[in-house]
Each structure stands twice: as structure tokens, then as C-alpha cells.
Design a protein around this ligand. Structure first.
Ligand code: GLN
Length: 224
């Protein structure tokens, strides 16, 4: 919760839970001491990875999240954009969490940000589309961004990919499953139960990746 599109992820999780008809509890993590062993899954949002690393320093959030990932290898993690950067390059003395290297800002500057339809190669749990997008203010008076009508669910036709000063995977070095592509290029990968996307699914109404996270979290919980 330190930086980036975290409120939009919260909104998408509520929407995905409504679509799946399940009850969830969202834990907002701002400090390392809030990272609890009982968490069933984790989202590392997009934003600005350097800002996230700096913001984490005071309350040691990132080291706590990384240790949680070390001890809970099977619980699902969804890293989007800057979150994907953190999974691929967690920092000095830390092995990557995914078998992929990533280059920051590799499509160009902020103004080269774009939207494009992406192909998704895994079957994600279906939703009935009932999850409405709300944008209620939280206790910090922060509202999630409204989603653009053209970012509505395409489901069968592809995924509405929103790329904001996005990173790119080094295709040659990929040592994990490609689960989303833009043309020939991998823009989403899965390594074990860690998913890294270079785009922003939380800025659309297509919640299939959030449904994946929740379904995997439930499955892993069932196995414990
Ligand atoms: N450019 C950002 C970074 O390097 C990532 C952009 C994003 O998360 N939308 O961290």
C-alpha cells in the first residue's frame, strides 16, 4: 500500500470476489510487521519501483514480503508492472522470484504508454461479470480511478492491456511459462504460483487475473 495502483487492485479484488461468489478479507500492508504468516496470497501493484523501494525502507515492508514469499512458496503472488519488476529484480543479495529478467521503461517514456489487446494463454476461472466497479473513498480519502468504458471485459476476444511506462521481459532469458503475449512478445509470465504482468489488469473491468489469484489462494488454503 506504499505507492502505485493499490486502491485499484483492492477494487478489482472486490469485483473478482463478487464474480466468484466468495468472501475475502483484504489486508492492507504498509509496514513489515503487518506481514502475517496467515496471508493467503499477495499483490505487488504497479507504480514506480524505485519509489516503492525507497518508501519501504522506513518500515521494512519489502524485506518482510520477500521473506513471506520465501516461506510460502506455493501461495499465489500477482506482480503487475512495477510489481513484476520487484519479482524479477528484488534487489541486492536476493535471487529473482521468477525465471525472467526484465528491463525497466523499455517501451520508452511516459508518453509512449499505450493500450493494446493481449492474448492470454492460460484458462483463468470464469466470472459472471456481476462485480460492479465502485470508487468509494477510503479513510485517507483516496478513491480508485474509474475504469475507462473501453477497458470493459473482452474475455473471449483477448485482454485489454494497459501499458504505462511499462517494463519488458528479456525474451531470450525466459525460463518460465509465458501466459500473456502482445504479438510475439511475452508480457505475462508464470513461474510456479508467481505471476508477473507488465500491464495493469486492475485498470480494466476484466478481472480474470484477480480471479486467478483468489482461486489459487483458496486452493492452497484447502491443501494446508
Ligand atoms: N516505470 C515503472 C518502474 O520502472 C513501472 C511502471 C508501472 O508500474 N506502470 O518502476
Amino acid at each position: 500500500m506504499l505507492q502505485g495502483a493499490r486502491h485499484e487492485h483492492i477494487e478489482s479484488l472486490h469485483g473478482a470476489a463478487a464474480e466468484l461468489g466468495i468472501a475475502i478479507e483484504i489486508v492492507e500492508l504498509r509496514r513489515g510487521d503487518q506481514v502475517d504468516a496467515h496471508l493467503d496470497g499477495l499483490i505487488l501493484p504497479g507504480g514506480e519501483s524505485t519509489a516503492m523501494r525507497k518508501a519501504s525502507e522506513g518500515a521494512a515492508l519489502l524485506p518482510a514480503l520477500f521473506s513471506w514469499m520465501d516461506s510460502n512458496e506455493h501461495r499465489p503472488v500477482l506482480g503487475t508492472c512495477a510489481g513484476a519488476i520487484l519479482l524479477a529484480s528484488p534487489g541486492t543479495n536476493r535471487a529473482p522470484f521468477i525465471g525472467a529478467s526484465i528491463a525497466r521503461n523499455a517501451w520508452g517514456r511516459q508518453r509512449q504508454s499505450f493500450e493494446a489487446t493481449i492474448e492470454v494463454h492460460i484458462t483463468t476461472p470464469p466470472g459472471d461479470g456481476v462485480g460492479e466497479h465502485r470508487n468509494d473513498a477510503d479513510r485517507f480519502n483516496r478513491r480508485p480511478l474509474p475504469v475507462a468504458p473501453n477497458a470493459a471485459a473482452l474475455e473471449d476476444e483477448g485482454f485489454p492491456g494497459v501499458f504505462i511506462r511499462a517494463p519488458r521481459f528479456d525474451t531470450e532469458s525466459l525460463d518460465c511459462q509465458t501466459i500473456a503475449s502482445l504479438g510475439e512478445e511475452a508480457v505475462g509470465v508464470l513461474d510456479g504460483n508467481r505471476m508477473a504482468l507488465t500491464f495493469h489488469p486492475e485498470l480494466t473491468l476484466d478481472r480474470r487475473f484477480h480471479r486467478w489469484l483468489l482461486t489459487e489462494a483458496e486452493r492452497c488454503k484447502g491443501e494446508r
